[in-house]
Design a binder for this molecule. Structure first.
Ligand code: 3PY
Ligand code: MG
Length: 264
Protein backbone atom coordinates (compact mmCIF):
# COMPACT_ATOMS: atom_id res chain seq x y z
CA UNK A 1 0.00 0.00 0.00
CA UNK A 2 1.27 3.47 -0.84
CA UNK A 3 2.05 5.81 2.04
CA UNK A 4 0.44 9.23 2.27
CA UNK A 5 3.68 11.23 2.29
CA UNK A 6 1.84 14.43 3.27
CA UNK A 7 0.66 12.91 6.55
CA UNK A 8 4.17 11.57 7.23
CA UNK A 9 5.78 14.98 6.62
CA UNK A 10 3.28 16.81 8.81
CA UNK A 11 3.69 14.29 11.64
CA UNK A 12 7.46 14.84 11.43
CA UNK A 13 6.85 18.57 11.85
CA UNK A 14 7.82 19.42 8.26
CA UNK A 15 5.96 21.74 5.89
CA UNK A 16 3.99 20.42 2.92
CA UNK A 17 2.98 22.69 0.04
CA UNK A 18 0.28 22.26 -2.59
CA UNK A 19 -2.33 24.08 -4.59
CA UNK A 20 -6.01 23.96 -5.51
CA UNK A 21 -7.38 22.44 -8.72
CA UNK A 22 -10.44 24.44 -9.70
CA UNK A 23 -10.77 23.55 -13.38
CA UNK A 24 -13.12 20.60 -14.02
CA UNK A 25 -10.49 18.85 -16.11
CA UNK A 26 -8.34 15.75 -15.40
CA UNK A 27 -5.97 16.94 -18.16
CA UNK A 28 -5.14 19.99 -16.04
CA UNK A 29 -4.68 17.64 -13.06
CA UNK A 30 -2.30 15.49 -15.11
CA UNK A 31 -0.14 18.47 -15.99
CA UNK A 32 -0.24 20.00 -12.50
CA UNK A 33 0.82 16.65 -10.99
CA UNK A 34 4.17 17.11 -12.74
CA UNK A 35 5.00 20.53 -11.27
CA UNK A 36 6.44 19.39 -7.93
CA UNK A 37 3.73 20.14 -5.37
CA UNK A 38 3.29 17.55 -2.55
CA UNK A 39 -0.48 17.50 -2.92
CA UNK A 40 -3.26 18.84 -5.11
CA UNK A 41 -6.69 19.61 -3.68
CA UNK A 42 -9.55 19.05 -6.12
CA UNK A 43 -11.96 21.88 -5.36
CA UNK A 44 -15.60 20.80 -5.22
CA UNK A 45 -16.81 23.67 -3.01
CA UNK A 46 -16.81 26.64 -5.37
CA UNK A 47 -16.47 25.07 -8.84
CA UNK A 48 -18.40 23.04 -11.44
CA UNK A 49 -16.25 19.96 -10.58
CA UNK A 50 -18.53 16.95 -10.02
CA UNK A 51 -17.76 13.68 -8.25
CA UNK A 52 -16.95 11.82 -11.49
CA UNK A 53 -14.47 14.44 -12.73
CA UNK A 54 -12.96 14.58 -9.25
CA UNK A 55 -12.51 10.78 -9.20
CA UNK A 56 -10.70 10.88 -12.56
CA UNK A 57 -8.41 13.62 -11.25
CA UNK A 58 -7.70 11.70 -8.01
CA UNK A 59 -6.58 8.66 -10.06
CA UNK A 60 -4.25 10.70 -12.25
CA UNK A 61 -2.76 12.58 -9.31
CA UNK A 62 -2.22 9.41 -7.23
CA UNK A 63 -0.58 7.68 -10.21
CA UNK A 64 1.97 10.52 -10.24
CA UNK A 65 2.75 9.91 -6.55
CA UNK A 66 1.27 13.26 -5.58
CA UNK A 67 -1.39 13.18 -2.84
CA UNK A 68 -4.91 13.79 -4.19
CA UNK A 69 -7.03 15.73 -1.68
CA UNK A 70 -10.61 16.96 -2.04
CA UNK A 71 -12.26 20.05 -0.66
CA UNK A 72 -15.84 18.90 -0.20
CA UNK A 73 -18.71 21.28 -1.02
CA UNK A 74 -19.86 21.25 2.60
CA UNK A 75 -19.34 19.32 5.83
CA UNK A 76 -21.64 16.35 5.25
CA UNK A 77 -21.04 12.63 5.68
CA UNK A 78 -22.25 12.04 2.14
CA UNK A 79 -19.70 14.41 0.58
CA UNK A 80 -16.83 13.03 2.64
CA UNK A 81 -17.73 9.40 1.88
CA UNK A 82 -18.05 10.03 -1.86
CA UNK A 83 -14.63 11.64 -2.28
CA UNK A 84 -12.79 9.18 -0.03
CA UNK A 85 -14.47 6.14 -1.61
CA UNK A 86 -13.52 7.41 -5.08
CA UNK A 87 -9.87 7.72 -4.17
CA UNK A 88 -8.99 10.98 -2.43
CA UNK A 89 -6.16 10.56 0.09
CA UNK A 90 -7.62 13.26 2.31
CA UNK A 91 -10.37 15.79 2.79
CA UNK A 92 -10.48 19.53 3.31
CA UNK A 93 -13.72 20.42 5.10
CA UNK A 94 -14.95 24.02 4.85
CA UNK A 95 -16.44 26.15 7.62
CA UNK A 96 -16.00 23.95 10.70
CA UNK A 97 -17.21 26.23 13.51
CA UNK A 98 -17.81 23.98 16.51
CA UNK A 99 -16.66 20.85 18.29
CA UNK A 100 -19.78 19.00 17.10
CA UNK A 101 -19.03 19.90 13.46
CA UNK A 102 -15.42 18.75 13.89
CA UNK A 103 -16.57 15.45 15.42
CA UNK A 104 -18.97 14.87 12.52
CA UNK A 105 -16.24 15.44 9.92
CA UNK A 106 -13.77 13.11 11.65
CA UNK A 107 -16.44 10.42 12.14
CA UNK A 108 -17.25 10.50 8.41
CA UNK A 109 -13.56 10.18 7.45
CA UNK A 110 -12.39 7.43 9.83
CA UNK A 111 -13.47 3.80 9.98
CA UNK A 112 -14.54 2.31 13.34
CA UNK A 113 -13.47 2.43 16.09
CA UNK A 114 -12.23 6.02 15.47
CA UNK A 115 -15.28 6.94 13.36
CA UNK A 116 -18.22 5.59 11.46
CA UNK A 117 -17.18 5.65 7.82
CA UNK A 118 -19.17 3.13 5.81
CA UNK A 119 -17.43 0.23 4.05
CA UNK A 120 -17.61 0.13 0.24
CA UNK A 121 -16.06 1.18 -3.07
CA UNK A 122 -13.04 0.10 -5.15
CA UNK A 123 -11.23 3.24 -6.20
CA UNK A 124 -9.88 4.10 -2.74
CA UNK A 125 -7.80 0.88 -2.68
CA UNK A 126 -6.75 1.31 -6.33
CA UNK A 127 -5.38 4.80 -5.64
CA UNK A 128 -3.29 3.45 -2.76
CA UNK A 129 -2.14 0.59 -5.02
CA UNK A 130 -3.56 -2.07 -2.71
CA UNK A 131 -6.54 -4.39 -2.19
CA UNK A 132 -9.73 -3.35 -0.34
CA UNK A 133 -9.04 -5.51 2.76
CA UNK A 134 -5.66 -3.85 3.28
CA UNK A 135 -7.18 -0.43 2.61
CA UNK A 136 -9.94 -0.96 5.19
CA UNK A 137 -7.38 -2.09 7.77
CA UNK A 138 -4.98 0.81 7.20
CA UNK A 139 -6.97 3.75 5.83
CA UNK A 140 -7.25 5.45 9.25
CA UNK A 141 -3.42 5.77 9.27
CA UNK A 142 -3.32 7.23 5.74
CA UNK A 143 -6.29 9.54 5.26
CA UNK A 144 -5.50 13.20 5.92
CA UNK A 145 -8.23 15.14 7.72
CA UNK A 146 -8.00 18.90 7.22
CA UNK A 147 -10.64 21.07 8.90
CA UNK A 148 -11.05 24.71 7.93
CA UNK A 149 -11.09 27.62 10.37
CA UNK A 150 -12.59 30.40 8.29
CA UNK A 151 -15.12 32.15 10.50
CA UNK A 152 -14.85 34.17 13.72
CA UNK A 153 -16.88 31.40 15.44
CA UNK A 154 -14.16 28.86 14.56
CA UNK A 155 -11.54 31.18 16.07
CA UNK A 156 -13.56 31.47 19.28
CA UNK A 157 -14.08 27.68 19.34
CA UNK A 158 -10.53 26.75 18.25
CA UNK A 159 -9.59 25.06 21.53
CA UNK A 160 -12.81 22.96 21.52
CA UNK A 161 -12.48 22.07 17.83
CA UNK A 162 -8.83 21.08 18.14
CA UNK A 163 -9.48 18.85 21.15
CA UNK A 164 -11.33 16.38 18.86
CA UNK A 165 -9.07 13.36 18.21
CA UNK A 166 -8.31 12.50 14.58
CA UNK A 167 -7.69 15.97 13.10
CA UNK A 168 -4.41 16.27 11.15
CA UNK A 169 -4.58 19.93 10.10
CA UNK A 170 -6.48 23.09 11.02
CA UNK A 171 -6.44 25.19 7.84
CA UNK A 172 -7.25 28.91 7.77
CA UNK A 173 -9.40 30.23 4.92
CA UNK A 174 -8.36 33.89 5.02
CA UNK A 175 -10.98 35.13 2.56
CA UNK A 176 -13.99 33.81 4.44
CA UNK A 177 -12.36 34.72 7.73
CA UNK A 178 -12.00 38.38 6.66
CA UNK A 179 -15.58 38.29 5.40
CA UNK A 180 -16.88 37.01 8.74
CA UNK A 181 -15.10 39.98 10.37
CA UNK A 182 -16.93 42.39 8.08
CA UNK A 183 -13.75 43.12 6.10
CA UNK A 184 -13.08 42.74 2.37
CA UNK A 185 -12.01 39.18 1.46
CA UNK A 186 -8.22 38.87 1.22
CA UNK A 187 -5.46 36.29 1.57
CA UNK A 188 -3.71 38.50 4.09
CA UNK A 189 -4.02 41.86 5.77
CA UNK A 190 -2.80 43.95 8.65
CA UNK A 191 -6.23 44.10 10.34
CA UNK A 192 -5.51 43.42 14.00
CA UNK A 193 -8.50 41.10 14.41
CA UNK A 194 -7.25 38.98 11.48
CA UNK A 195 -3.60 38.97 12.60
CA UNK A 196 -4.63 37.97 16.15
CA UNK A 197 -6.95 35.22 14.84
CA UNK A 198 -4.17 33.70 12.72
CA UNK A 199 -1.77 33.68 15.66
CA UNK A 200 -4.46 32.22 17.96
CA UNK A 201 -5.06 29.29 15.57
CA UNK A 202 -1.31 28.67 15.28
CA UNK A 203 -0.85 28.67 19.06
CA UNK A 204 -3.90 26.49 19.74
CA UNK A 205 -2.91 23.99 17.04
CA UNK A 206 0.54 23.70 18.60
CA UNK A 207 -1.02 23.08 22.04
CA UNK A 208 -3.03 20.15 20.62
CA UNK A 209 -0.24 18.70 18.45
CA UNK A 210 -2.16 19.44 15.23
CA UNK A 211 -0.48 20.97 12.15
CA UNK A 212 -1.62 24.49 11.21
CA UNK A 213 -2.25 25.48 7.60
CA UNK A 214 -3.25 28.53 5.60
CA UNK A 215 -4.08 29.53 2.02
CA UNK A 216 -1.67 32.13 0.61
CA UNK A 217 -1.21 34.20 -2.51
CA UNK A 218 2.35 33.44 -3.61
CA UNK A 219 5.67 31.78 -2.80
CA UNK A 220 6.91 34.72 -0.71
CA UNK A 221 3.83 34.52 1.52
CA UNK A 222 4.24 30.73 1.76
CA UNK A 223 7.80 31.17 3.03
CA UNK A 224 6.68 33.78 5.58
CA UNK A 225 3.93 31.51 6.91
CA UNK A 226 6.29 28.52 7.09
CA UNK A 227 8.75 30.64 9.11
CA UNK A 228 5.89 31.38 11.55
CA UNK A 229 5.29 27.64 11.96
CA UNK A 230 2.52 26.91 9.45
CA UNK A 231 3.02 23.49 7.85
CA UNK A 232 0.17 22.86 5.40
CA UNK A 233 0.42 25.66 2.84
CA UNK A 234 -1.89 26.09 -0.16
CA UNK A 235 -0.75 28.56 -2.84
CA UNK A 236 -3.71 29.96 -4.81
CA UNK A 237 -4.92 27.57 -7.56
CA UNK A 238 -3.98 26.32 -10.99
CA UNK A 239 -6.44 28.78 -12.57
CA UNK A 240 -5.09 31.64 -10.44
CA UNK A 241 -1.52 30.82 -11.51
CA UNK A 242 -2.50 30.49 -15.16
CA UNK A 243 -4.45 33.75 -15.25
CA UNK A 244 -1.94 35.84 -13.35
CA UNK A 245 0.89 34.68 -15.64
CA UNK A 246 -1.25 35.29 -18.75
CA UNK A 247 -2.14 38.75 -17.49
CA UNK A 248 1.51 39.53 -16.72
CA UNK A 249 2.55 38.54 -20.27
CA UNK A 250 -0.32 40.41 -21.92
CA UNK A 251 0.47 43.43 -19.77
CA UNK A 252 4.19 43.31 -20.68
CA UNK A 253 3.19 43.47 -24.34
CA UNK A 254 0.87 46.39 -23.71
CA UNK A 255 -2.21 44.38 -24.62
CA UNK A 256 -4.67 46.39 -22.57
CA UNK A 257 -5.21 46.46 -18.81
CA UNK A 258 -6.78 43.04 -18.53
CA UNK A 259 -9.48 42.11 -16.06
CA UNK A 260 -8.67 41.48 -12.39
CA UNK A 261 -8.04 37.74 -12.10
CA UNK A 262 -9.47 35.34 -9.56
CA UNK A 263 -6.82 34.00 -7.22
CA UNK A 264 -8.42 30.67 -6.39
C1 3PY B 1 -10.91 31.08 2.05
O1 3PY B 1 -9.95 31.85 2.01
O2 3PY B 1 -12.05 31.39 2.45
C2 3PY B 1 -10.72 29.71 1.60
O3 3PY B 1 -11.67 28.94 1.61
C3 3PY B 1 -9.37 29.31 1.12
O4 3PY B 1 -9.26 27.99 0.79
MG1 MG C 1 -13.51 29.71 2.22
Amino acid sequence: MKTNHVRVKLKRGEPSVGTWLTLPDPVAARLMARTGFDWLTVELEHTPVNFETAANSFAIIAASNVAPLARVPWNTGENIKRVLDTGAWGIVVPMVNSRAEAEAAVAAARYAPQGQRSIGGQLHAANFDTDPATYYARANEQILVVLMAEHVEAIEQADEILSVPGIDVIFIGPNDLHNSMGKPPAFDSEHKEFVDAVQHVLKTARKHGVAAGIHVLDAAAAKRRMAEGFQFIAITSEAGMMLSKAQEIAGALGLGGGATVAKY
